[in-house]
Ligand binder design. Structure first.
Ligand SMILES: [Zn+2]
Ligand SMILES: [Zn+2]
Length: 252
């Protein structure tokens, strides 16, 4: 069972503690073949990077690609899910700047409007989890997949409660990966078994905020073993995922 890549990592440019290069060096030392650098994106009030910093990262990453030729480096963001309608903070017209788009909900996203504050931001912060709200949150992720070119859904059930099985059904259809996050693995065994039955594919991600944690995810490995999840359904075990936003031959 060999982990080939880690597709969700942070640096000092958002709330991580390590630099781009420290993450890269750690990935090389751990023996993985692909690493995505995905800092919190633009609408994250506390730690989101600016577009200017993002562009600077691109330049630095192009240097790192030459310095560390044995590691394939992907540059993208952890974009914020920001509305019931599925808005995220990567605009469709700037999609070409991203090799990977991870989408996650964080209560620190900047509300889009007064309406958005009351119908999504506030109920989420208050952890309202009535059946009706869970359904609305579930639809928010489904709308996000329909509206945007999403590669990975990060840490489902973290921050807002959803029906992960319903999301998995759509993710399977849209070829979006569902993350098994090292810190926030928010599925019951029963849910996870049902998600596996949909045929959806998962990725194991560290969500590392320190370089030493790159490629580390004991929780995911334990649950895969315990529930006997077929390795063929884990896209970065012994193989590489196919990300919609990533074109190896293109210059970013
Ligand atoms: Zn996150
Ligand atoms: Zn993260």
């Amino acid at each position: 069972m060999k982990l080939m890549g880690d597709y969700h990592t942070h640096t000092v440019d958002s709330d991580g503690k390590s630099t781009l290069e420290e993450n890269v060096v750690s990935a090389v030392n751990k023996g993985i073949k692909q690493l995505a650098l995905t800092d919190h994106s633009f609408s994250h009030m506390a730690h989101g990077i600016t577009r200017e910093v993002y562009n600077k990262q691109t330049e630095k990453i192009n240097e790192l690609k030459i310095k560390y030729p044995n590691l394939e480096i992907l540059h993208g963001v952890e974009s914020n899910l920001m509305s019931l309608e599925g808005d995220i903070d990567v605009k469709p017209e700037e999609r070409n700047n991203f090799q990977i788009v991870v989408v996650g909900y964080h209560y620190t996203y900047k509300p889009l409007s007064l309406k958005n504050f009351f119908n999504f931001w506030l109920p989420s912060v208050l952890h309202i989890s009535t059946k009706k709200r869970v359904m609305k949150n579930t639809m928010a992720y489904i709308n996000a997949m329909n509206k945007n070119q999403v590669d990975i859904l990060a840490h489902l059930n973290y921050g807002i409660k959803v029906d992960p099985v319903k999301i998995a059904e759509v993710a399977k259809e849209k070829e979006v990966y569902i993350e098994l996050n090292a810190k926030h693995l928010g599925f019951s065994d029963k849910q996870l078994k049902k998600m596996v039955e949909t045929g959806v594919k998962f990725v194991i991600d560290s969500d590392a905020h320190r370089s030493k944690n790159i490629a580390k995810n004991n929780r995911a490995f334990a649950v895969i073993e315990r529930l006997n999840i077929p390795h063929s359904q884990i896209a970065n075990l012994n193989d590489f995922p196919k990300f919609k936003n990533y074109n190896k031959d293109k210059n970013y």
